[in-house]
Design a protein around this ligand. Structure first.
Ligand SMILES: [Cu+2]
Length: 315
């Protein structure tokens, strides 16, 4: 059977900023460009970007390692006085994305006048964090594009199967509030059948057994909750002894609400809380609306990143 794969540029108008600009260029040429922008600073702090330890105690803040993360967290929580950057991201990639074949993704970050933005601040040890998910939320990537100068970031990746994909590009223009720009890519073809949503709370990922626990029996929309990952080595049945910081923290948690289309409002990035038991990694977050959410907890076992994914139902 012959399949035709084409990349489509799709822009979603994001409701959170009046500076929102979307444009699609040259989809018939060898490259496609997708632009989009929206700013966390304009978002409701409890829907856009919930930071796990934005409400932690003073002791936890004092234990910080000097990366000035607490300021970042405050920004993420919407309590920052930093100005929104209102940057626009243009994504350039191949017009024919074929599953499993690496393609270059280039992100050009510009101001409203179309001038490249040159300076970015590091946060969580990187200049840009990129989350790539398929429409069915079965495929997840967390990658770090390289800064090439003059507002351009590049990374090579591949898309595992035909589907629409959403790219959440998370960056911080120097001196401005953190911003998430949402971009879309399409790998045309027959998408695989989406498996049924699996609400299991015990799963094994490689050599790690993960038990998901919640601080409340049911998750209610808008309510603060602890999402707890309990890790065990599959051989020793003990907590792993080789857990290392990942991007400066004990773990990272990305949460997406199942939605069509996915927008910035569906994206939550939580950070691990400090000073929790050694075999448990806690994240404090809240889920803005009822629905099904997928969560990806990421942990570092001696250089190998484990991605532990779970679905949860929010009432
Ligand atoms: Cu990252």
């Amino acid at each position: 059977m012959k399949r035709i794969f084409t990349a489509l540029a799709i822009t979603s108008s994001l409701v959170l900023t009046q500076a929102c600009a979307s444009q699609v260029k040259s989809s018939q040429t060898s490259e496609i460009s997708i632009s989009n922008t929206n700013n966390i600073a304009d978002a409701n702090p409890h829907t856009g970007h919930n930071m796990g330890d934005s409400q932690t105690s003073e002791t936890q803040k004092n234990s910080h390692d000097g990366h000035n993360m607490e300021n970042d967290h405050n920004e993420h929580s919407g309590h920052s006085s930093l100005e929104p950057a209102n940057a626009i991201v243009e994504l350039k990639t191949s017009s024919k994305i074929i599953p499993k074949i690496p393609v270059l993704l280039a992100f050009n970050i510009k101001d409203k006048a179309g001038k490249p933005i040159a300076n970015f601040d590091t946060f969580q040890e990187q200049l840009m964090h990129l989350i790539v998910v398929s429409d069915d939320l079965q495929s997840f990537q967390h990658i770090h594009p390289t800064y090439k100068g003059n507002g351009r970031f590049e990374v090579q990746t591949d898309f595992p199967y035909p589907s629409g994909y959403t790219l959440f590009s998370d960056y911080k223009v120097a001196g401005k509030a953190e911003q998430v720009s949402v971009l879309k890519a399409q790998v045309i073809g027959r998408s695989p059948t989406t498996p049924k949503i699996d609400l299991a709370t015990n799963k094994t990922f490689g050599n790690t057994k993960v038990n998901l626990k919640l601080s409340q029996p049911t998750i209610k929309a808008g309510q603060e909750i602890h999402v707890i990952f309990n890790l065990q080595d599959t051989v020793s049945n003990q907590p792993p002894t080789d857990l290392k910081p990942y991007l400066g923290e004990r773990g990272h948690l990305v949460i997406l609400k199942q939605s069509s289309p996915l927008t910035q409002a569906d994206y939550i990035h939580a950070h691990a809380m400090k000073n929790t038991p050694p075999d448990e990694i806690h994240f404090m977050t809240s889920f803005p609306k009822p629905g099904k959410y997928k969560m990806w907890g990421q942990f570092n076992r001696n250089g190998k990143i484990i991605t532990a994914d779970f679905w949860v139902d929010v009432q």
